[in-house]
Ligand binder design. Structure first.
Ligand code: SAM
Ligand code: SF4
Ligand code: SF4
Length: 379
C-alpha cells in the first residue's frame, strides 16, 4: 500500500489520502537532481546549495532557561510567548512538510523551544513518519530535546515513527549543569531520559554540548569519557551569537580546535571523512577504535557553503538562516486555503533567492543585527 499523505482540503481540515509519494498534490512537481551540489534531488539556492533539511519548531516555549539561548532575566514570567492560535497545528505542519519533502528535503528535525512540552507531539510524529520522498523512501525523522521529558514520552514517540533523538547536555556535574540550564535541572533526570530513549530503540542517540568559556570547559573530558563508554555520539558546539539576548562575546567561545586538542591529549583522535555534503559536524574517531566525537565549529570554521537547512518556526514562518532577521510568512496563505502548488511556489521562490552566509560574514556589524531568537525560529 502507498504512503498516507496528510493533506488539507479547501475547508482547511485534514484529510489523509493514499499516495505512493509526497508528490500527490496539484502541482505534482519534484526537484530534479542538483548536479552542482551532489547530484541528488534538491532545489538549488542562489549559490547552488540544495534544500535538504527542514527543522520544524513546534513551540517557542521551554522549561529550561539556558543562558546562551533563553536567559531567565530576559525570558521571565511576563514574557509573551506565542498564543496558541498563532502556532501551527500538526495538520498544518504536516502539509508544509510534505511540500518540502517533494522539493528534496530528506531530513526532518523537530525542535523548538523544547519540543517535548508540545502536547500530543506523537500525533505529529505519526503524520511525518508517513511522508515519502518522490523516490518512495521514508525521510530521516529526528528530534532535538533537552531530555527532561524523554522518560514518559520516548516509547510513544518511537511507536509513532520517530527514528532517533539528539539530547542536549552541557555537563555531568549538577552545579555546572544547573548553571547552564538556568533552572537547576538535575543531570540524573536527563540521563534517565537518555536511558528511556535507548530502551525505546531511538538510535543512534546524539548528545549536543555547548561549551562556554569559564563555565563548562571542565565538563568536556568527563562528557567524552561517559559518551564513549555509553556508545553515544557526542558533538561539541561552539557558543554562537544567535538571537540578541544572550549577551554573546567572542571571548566566551571555546574554539573547536581547543576542544579537540583537549580531547586528543587524553584520547588521541584522527579525522573522519564527512558522511555527506552538508554535514555540519567535523567528526573524529578515537585512534583506539572506541568510537567518535564531533565538533560544530560554526564560529571559527563556518560551513555556510554547504548549508542545506531551512527552518519553519512555530508560527509558520520560513527562515533560510539561523541568524535571520526575518522570515517569510507561510501561515497566512496556508490558513487562507492556498493550494499546495501556490505554497510550493512560495517556498521555491524563497529558497531560489537565498544568499545567506551569516557565519562567513560575521563581524562586529552583523553581531548587532536584531536577529530572531533561536528558540523562536527552531534551533
Ligand atoms: N530545547 C531543545 C534542546 O535544547 O535540545 C531544542 C532546541 S535548542 C534551541 C537546539 C540546540 O541549540 C541545543 O542543542 C542547544 O544547546 C543549541 N543552542 C542553543 N543556543 C545556542 C547558542 N547560543 N550557541 C550554540 N548552540 C546553541
Ligand atoms: Fe530551552 Fe533548548 Fe533553549 Fe535550553 S537550548 S533554553 S533547553 S530551547
Ligand atoms: Fe547556514 Fe546561516 Fe549557519 Fe551559514 S550562518 S551555516 S547559512 S544557518
Amino acid at each position: 500500500m502507498g504512503a498516507v499523505d496528510p493533506t488539507i482540503d479547501s475547508a482547511g481540515s485534514l484529510s489523509h489520502r493514499s499516495t505512493a509519494s509526497a508528490s500527490g498534490t496539484p502541482s505534482g512537481s519534484t526537484s530534479p537532481a542538483n548536479d552542482a551540489f551532489d547530484g541528488l534531488p534538491g532545489l538549488p539556492d542562489r549559490f547552488g546549495r540544495a534544500l535538504r533539511d527542514l527543522r520544524v519548531s513546534v513551540t517557542d516555549r521551554c522549561n529550561f532557561r539556558c543562558g546562551y539561548c533563553m536567559p531567565a532575566e530576559v525570558f521571565g514570567r511576563d514574557f509573551a510567548f506565542l498564543p496558541r492560535s498563532q502556532v501551527l497545528d500538526f495538520e498544518e505542519v504536516a502539509r508544509l512538510a510534505a511540500i518540502f519533502v517533494r522539493l528534496g528535503v530528506r531530513k526532518l528535525r523537530i525542535t523548538g523551544g523544547e519540543p517535548l512540552v508540545r502536547r500530543d507531539l506523537a500525533v505529529l510524529i505519526g503524520y511525518l513518519a508517513e511522508l515519502r520522498t518522490p523516490e518512495g523512501e521514508t525521510v530521516d525523522l529526528t528530534l532535538t530535546t533537552n531530555g527532561s521529558a524523554l522518560r514518559p514520552l520516548a516509547s510513544s514517540l518511537a511507536a509513532a515513527g520517530l527514528q532517533r533523538v539528539t539530547v542536549s547536555l552541557d555537563s555531568l556535574d549538577d552545579a555546572v549543569f544547573g548553571a547552564m540550564n538556568g533552572v537547576d535541572f538535575p543531570v540524573a533526570r536527563v540521563l534517565d531520559g537518555i536511558s528511556a530513549a535507548r530502551s525505546a530503540g531511538l538510535a543512534p542517540i546524539k548528545i549536543n554540548t555547548v561549551v562556554r568559556r569559564g563555565v563548562n570547559e571542565a565538563s568536556v573530558l568527563p562528557l567524552v569519557r561517559w559518551a564513549r563508554d555509553e556508545g553515544l555520539v557526542l558533538r561539541f558546539i561552539e557558543y554562537m551569537d544567535v538571537g540578541h539576548s544572550n549577551g554573546w562575546r567572542l571571548d566566551d567561545v571555546v574554539p573547536a580546535s581547543e576542544i579537540l586538542a583537549l580531547i586528543d591529549a587524553e584520547l588521541p583522535l584522527e579525522p573522519l571523512v564527512p558522511g555527506y555534503r552538508g554535514e555540519v559536524a567535523g567528526r573524529y574517531r578515537f585512534r583506539d577504535g572506541s568510537g567518535e566525537v564531533g565538533v560544530i565549529a560554526s564560529v571559527t570554521r563556518p560551513f555556510c557553503g554547504d548549508c542545506t537547512r531551512a527552518r519553519l518556526s512555530a508560527e509558520g514562518h520560513l527562515y533560510t538562516c539561523l541568524f535571520a532577521v526575518d522570515g517569510v510568512d507561510l501561515k497566512t496563505p496556508l490558513r487562507a486555503a492556498e493550494p499546495d502548488a501556490a505554497l510550493e511556489a512560495r517556498i521555491r521562490a524563497v529558497w531560489g533567492a537565498r544568499t545567506d552566509r551569516y557565519s562567513e560574514l560575521r563581524s562586529s556589524a552583523t553581531e548587532r543585527l536584531p536577529k530572531v531568537e533561536m528558540f523562536a525560529l527552531g534551533g
